[in-house]
Design a protein around this ligand. Structure first.
Ligand SMILES: Cc1ncc(COP(=O)(O)O)c(C=O)c1O
Ligand SMILES: N[C@@H](CCOP(=O)(O)O)C(=O)O
Length: 465
């Protein structure tokens, strides 16, 4: 499989190179040259398969030329062996129409583990064949950072510089990052929002001086391999609920548009999806973009679902690429305008290419109501991000015979103060997190903007001799 940039002028890459690359050299994001298709029979054949085998079948076309099926199977077996549930990603029924896809049984209790446990192993495999020393620069609103650090701590050939917005993530999220003390892990708190951190990451990929000195790479959903791994659970869950004969809808709590874009990829591959509901909190740029074509950046508001406090959604560019007929130079011009003006108007023609999506903006009261509904009706304590997805699912106009699966993206104990405020119940951290709240923390605060971040990376990243 070959990968092309959404902005049309970066070199095409193999799966191995795209995994190690991060952002494309023209500032775009890599996507497969074309979407592989599964026949309805091939989808039906997924019934009864375990998570690892489903992963091998779905990812095979994407890794072709870089990994064999057997190599992928070994990595997936190790990756999902670290999950605390035998089904890896179980599905729980809430009522006749609503289901939860529990994505939080990995080591850091959020859906990010599903992709990062695999990505860490892909890095190890590909680096074993090369002399490269990677400098990973990342931005997190709490969950990508913890999952990446757990997947990569201690790796010889990888240094990780992970920025989070100081004071704007939960105590559990922070500690999951800062208590992982390893020589290759650098936790950096920045004064600002997740968007500021993500902007630093993107700027560094375009910084010639940093690129000359360091082999930069990414663990955010900039990295195609992250999304590939997330496509798997849409197939796995839909087949369990009757696909391909029965269409399923998904409601996805959304911030950087990675998770829901993975659902879109599943649909392009042939999975019969009735609808993808994009659920945002009050940071609603994606809701405005999909409902009225208004993709304009507002200021980030802190909410009880901090992982979704995002205004500039990286992966929306991947959807725009398809929406404009894969016209790379055209999209490059559009994105240059967006980066300057902080606004983009999406034409009716382009919107017509995105009819699979609807969207909803969920305010704090609606979030709390959904959280309490799940607790009262089904005895399920859910986290605020999941509650936003569930609120959007319950507001949808889908007929009762269409199952709606809400992606449960985090364990409630990751956001226990917010859950307690909304429900009165305080979720317990699973035992496997042990003495998380008592361990020593290590984190540097970056005072200043991009230059201060670049100085820190320059002073601490290892370069191979
Ligand atoms: C718990 C949780 N839910 C939802 C999201 C939104 O996912 P995405 O950024 O892929 O849209 C995030 C952050 O990415 C998250 O950490
Ligand atoms: N919510 C995310 C934000 C980063 O998103 P990513 O999917 O691009 O890594 C987080 O928890 O860090």
């Amino acid at each position: 499989m070959e990968y092309v940039s959404t902005r049309g002028s970066a070199p095409t890459l193999s799966f191995e190179d795209v995994t190690l690359a991060g952002l494309a050299s023209d500032g775009g994001l890599y996507v497969p040259r074309e979407w592989p298709r599964l026949t309805q029979d091939e989808i039906a054949d997924l019934a009864g398969l375990g998570y690892v085998e489903t992963c091998v079948r779905i990812c095979a076309p994407f890794v072709k030329g870089s990994l064999t099926g057997d190599e992928l199977r070994v990595l997936a077996t190790e990756a999902y062996g670290s999950f605390a549930h035998a089904a890896t990603v179980p599905v729980v029924q809430l009522d006749a129409q609503h289901w939860l896809m529990e994505l939080f049984h990995g080591p850091t209790l959020a859906f990010k583990d599903v992709a990062l446990q695999l990505l860490g192993r892909l890095f190890e495999t590909f680096l074993a064949n090369s002399e490269r020393q990677l400098t990973i620069i990342g931005a997190t609103s709490g969950d990508t950072g913890s999952a990446a650090i757990h997947a990569l701590a201690g790796l010889e050939r990888v240094d990780v510089f992970m920025m989070h917005p100081k004071g704007r993530i939960s105590d559990v999220q922070r500690r999951q990052m800062t208590t992982m003390i390893a020589p290759n892990i650098h936790n950096l708190a920045i004064e600002g929002s997740f968007d500021d951190a993500q902007a630093h990451v993107k700027r560094m990929f375009g910084d010639p001086a940093m690129n000359r000195r360091f082999d930069l790479s990414a663990v955010n959903s900039i990295n195609w391999a992250r999304l590939m791994a997330q496509v798997v659970y849409y197939f796995y869950t839909a087949v369990r609920l009757g696909a391909p004969e029965r269409k399923v809808a998904f409601s996805v709590p959304t911030g950087n548009f990675g998770d829901v874009f993975a659902g879109y990829v599943a649909a392009q591959m042939g999975l019969p999806i009735e609808r993808l509901i994009v659920a945002t909190n009050v940071n609603d740029i994606l809701h405005r973009a999909l409902s009225s074509g208004d993709y304009s950046v507002g200021t980030v508001t802190a909410t009880a679902a901090p992982s979704m406090d995002i205004q500039v959604s990286s992966n929306f560019e991947r959807l725009l690429f398809d929406m404009c007929g894969r016209d790379g130079p055209g999209l490059a011009a559009m994105m240059a305008g967006f980066e300057k003006e902080k606004r983009l108007s999406i034409s009716d023609n382009m919107q017509a290419a995105a009819t699979l999506f609807t969207s909803a903006r969920i305010d704090p009261d609606e979030m709390s109501l959904a959280l309490r509904w799940a607790q009262a009706e089904a005895g399920e304590l859910i986290d605020p991000h999941t509650a936003i997805g569930l609120a959007a699912a319950r507001q949808s106009d889908l007929p009762p015979h269409v199952p709606i699966v809400t992606l449960a993206t985090a364990h409630p104990s990751k956001f226990r103060d917010a859950v307690e405020r909304a429900s009165g119940a305080r979720p317990r951290l699973p035992n496997r997190l042990g003495g998380l709240m008592d361990r020593e923390e290590r984190c540097e605060t970056i005072h200043g903007g991009y230059e201060a971040f670049a100085d820190y990376v320059s002073a601490h990243a290892r370069v191979r001799a």
